[in-house]
Design a protein around this ligand. Structure first.
Ligand code: AMP
Length: 300
């Protein structure tokens, strides 16, 4: 069972207390794919500009990611994000966002890709997310992520789109900002009233909260002692979560709980290196090993 992910493939400029990287491969779809590929084939839908290095394309292909829907625009620049992390490294401070070719992006997918059942609308302009969704023939599970940039600039469009998705994925800040509720349970309840049956709130080092009408599930983060760069942790989490659900084929509470655990563990690897450095070397064996340790950490 494969997954289709729409989002950004970016050149990231990132500064953390552990160093700095310029124009490294990043983007919401790239980070998501790196975790989801461990469970299931991934079809990536995105756009890059003429400045995008061939070595990054080769790298993504070598990881088994299907790039047939990655548009390489002959003119224009690749989406660039510049961010910094300070102190507890929990919150990214966006220094600059250059949309480049993203501003004219119209996703194009094949007939075969239109029939993919598991769809992840990673962080990108909600108008582009809606455009893609219109082409999906029989989606079984649609999850959507967004961030402050779009919540602030395209709020109406995002709210309209939320009516069409099953899961809304947000970090705590974003959940508060969109729902205008401070308490996270109330925020989740308000977000649920906007449309999606399930709401997933990521709380960085404090773990994750899952909400639907029947149950609330809260999971701590993996106790990580080596945090180098959190960029993409949220997307890596989503990749592990959706990848596991697509592989298991059945979206029930038991599988959702397991998917949350795999997402949490995948994210704990991602933060150990800059950008995709660590997640790109991740294997199912690594995940299973850390899973055994995580179980001991959370059970009596
Ligand atoms: P995360 O840390 O999981 O929230 O995601 C970080 C990734 O999101 C980075 O690699 C960025 O390239 C990408 N990103 C940052 N801002 C945006 C935006 N406004 N739209 C889409 N992707 C973004």
């Amino acid at each position: 069972m494969s997954i289709l992910v729409l989002g950004t493939v970016a050149l990231d400029n990132v500064k953390t207390p552990f160093g700095q990287r310029k124009k490294m491969l990043g983007g919401s779809a790239a980070h998501f794919s790196m975790a989801a590929r461990i469970f299931t084939p991934v079809n990536l839908v995105a756009i890059v500009g003429k400045d995008f290095p061939q070595k990054h394309i080769d790298f993504l292909e070598a990881k088994g990611i299907n790039l047939s829907a990655l548009i390489r625009e002959a003119s224009g620049k690749t989406f660039q994000w510049s961010g910094e992390y300070k102190g507890d490294l929990n919150t990214a401070i966006t220094l600059n966002t250059e949309l480049g070719v993203l501003s004219t992006f119209k996703p194009k997918i094949s007939e075969e890709q239109k029939r993919i059942e598991y769809v992840f609308l990673a962080n990108v302009d909600p108008d582009i997310q809606r455009h893609l969704l219109r082409h999906m023939r029989s989606p079984k599970l649609i999850a959507l992520d967004s961030m402050n940039y779009w919540i602030n600039n395209k709020r109406k469009s995002l709210l309209r789109l939320l009516k069409q998705v099953h899961i809304y994925v947000a970090n705590d800040q974003e959940a508060r900002s969109l729902s205008q509720e401070h308490n996270l349970i109330q925020a989740a309840r308000a977000l649920r009233s906007f449309g999606p049956k399930m709401v997933l709130i990521k709380k960085g080092e404090h773990g994750v909260l899952f909400y639907n009408d029947k149950f609330i599930f809260s999971l701590p983060a993996y106790p990580a002692d080596r945090v180098v760069d959190p960029t993409g942790a949220g997307d890596t989490f989503a990749g592990g979560f959706m990848g596991y659900l697509a592989k298991s084929r059945i979206v029930n509470m038991q599988n959702i709980r397991k998917a949350l655990v795999f997402g949490t563990i995948a994210a704990s690897f991602n933060i150990e290196g800059f950008g995709l450095e660590r997640a790109s070397r991740l294997t199912r064996k690594d995940l299973n090993k850390r899973l055994a340790h995580f179980k001991k950490c959370i059970l009596l």
